[in-house]
Design a protein around this ligand. Structure first.
Ligand SMILES: Cc1cc2nc3c(=O)[nH]c(=O)nc-3n(C[C@H](O)[C@H](O)[C@H](O)COP(=O)(O)OP(=O)(O)OC[C@H]3O[C@@H](n4cnc5c(N)ncnc54)[C@H](O)[C@@H]3O)c2cc1C
Length: 391
């Protein structure tokens, strides 16, 4: 679509080549196999191997640590391409991307040197864990605790909904180091916890969509983590670290929404020209044209909002408002487009033979993960009231 071309024109030749490389990879290596992998709920081992080889695990990690050093806009364009092929593949690298960002922004020099080069190659694979069985939106209500014991901390508690919970080598985990702190966020810290004794991974959760990539619970039972793995080396700032990670995660989810919605649109406009009804292609019926027009218009708007948020972040400016708007609009758009695609496909949209039913199962996650649509509206309204406060 035109604006996508404009967005790409504003990239350097090298960045444009990266997006093109990802597009080719998706079309050659992901699209031909993803239907079977998705329906069998099979982890895409071979695709992940190739992603490491292509440098996709380190795409946004600074070059000085062996990564690709791409900016947020280029990364978002790459995620759109990947999700046009299969959203679960973005899930494999999303928690890794967020954690790399947090280590790059808030880690000590020693932590950056120790983690980022191995993350860039994919030797280290990071999960990101805030949610618990009793606390999702209300992050400050988490109950997992860490207490200092000599050179270590000892973590106890239960985590829920950990994407890459099984295959990751490490988990960026939010805990309370001072459970009595008021407000609670001042007593929260983030650890980069390596898998090991005292950390038990549950069986993968059986999900509606987002198949292939696993999401698990985690149980910490007297799990010891060295104090050197406390992110930034300081207690009490973990909530800030995680929220900062979530902000770039929201741009990433917005990009996913655009990618999945684009696929829904592309499938629909092709099918509408092939399927005949009442003596002509259904694309000639105005009702179907309206669906196509609505889809394309909303996708364009979602894409532009996503690019605006990424560009603001690239300029080093605060972008929570823009990221919230992009995430809210793109995820709702994605769900609407997946539903519209079902309508265009009629009965065949309900068949597992066609890709539309999968898009329809994947889309709702985007309205939940990285903060629900309700939480985005809270974030947006809070910022607006700050901006427009009557003095
Ligand atoms: C497949 C999948 C993968 C995930 N991966 C990860 C991961 O890797 N790491 C991780 O940490 N988490 C992950 N999550 C968790 C996800 O971030 C949470 O599900 C999400 O934040 C919502 O939390 P909850 O499910 O506890 O819902 P709740 O917080 O219980 O919310 C339930 C409903 O109440 C609404 N609500 C809650 N509070 C308010 C309020 N103040 N005002 C208005 N409405 C409100 C919500 O919007 C929602 O509609 C994943 C979730 C899923 C489904």
């Amino acid at each position: 679509m035109e604006s996508l071309l404009i967005a790409e024109q504003q990239l350097s030749t090298e960045q444009r080549e990266i997006v093109g490389m990802v597009r080719t990879f998706v079309e050659k290596e992901i699209m031909p196999v993803q239907h079977d992998l998705e329906h069998d709920n099979t982890y895409p081992d071979e695709i992940v191997r190739q992603m490491k080889e292509l440098g996709l695990f380190g795409l946004a990690i600074p070059e000085e640590f062996g990564g690709g050093g791409v900016n947020f806009k280029t990364y978002a364009l790459c995620i759109e391409e990947i999700c046009r092929g299969w959203m679960s593949i973005a899930g494999v690298i999303n928690t890794h991307f967020i954690t790399a960002y947090m280590i790059g922004e808030f880690g000590t020099d020693e932590q950056k040197q120790r983690f980022l080069p191995k993350m860039a190659t994919g030797e280290y694979h990071m999960a990101y864990s805030m949610s618990e069985p009793g606390a999702g939106s209300d992050v400050q209500a988490i109950r997992t605790k860490a207490r200092r014991d000599g050179d270590d901390y000892v973590i106890n508690g239960e985590k829920m909904w950990v994407t890459n919970g099984e295959r990751s080598t490490h988990v960026a985990v939010l805990v309370k180091t001072d459970p009595e702190a008021d407000p609670p966020h001042k007593g929260m810290s983030t650890f980069i916890a390596a898998k090991g004794d005292g950390l038990t991974v549950s069986k993968p959760i059986d999900k509606l969509g987002y198949k292939g990539v696993e999401t698990t619970a985690l149980s910490f039972e007297d799990y010891r983590v060295p104090a050197t793995d406390l992110l930034g080396g300081v207690e009490g700032v973990g909530f800030k670290h995680m929220m900062s990670g979530i902000e770039v995660g929201r741009i990433n989810v917005a990009a996913r929404g655009v990618g999945v919605a684009r696929r829904a649109f592309e499938e629909s406009i092709r099918y509408a020209q092939e399927r005949q009804s009442m003596g002509k292609p259904i694309a000639q019926h105005q009702a179907i044209q309206f669906h196509l027009a609505n889809m394309a218009t909303k996708i364009e708007a979602a894409h532009l909002l996503t690019m605006a948020a990424a560009e603001k972040k690239d300029r080093g400016e605060r972008a929570d408002l823009e990221a919230g708007m992009a995430k809210l609009f793109a995820s709702e758009t994605c769900y609407e487009c997946a539903t519209d695609a079902l309508r265009v496909f009629g009965g065949y949209g309900f068949s597992k033979e066609y890709p539309v039913e999968q898009l329809y199962r994947d889309a709702p996650l985007l309205m939940i993960g990285e903060g629900t649509s309700e939480i985005q509206r809270i974030v947006i309204a809070r910022r607006l009231l700050e901006e427009y406060a009557i003095k």
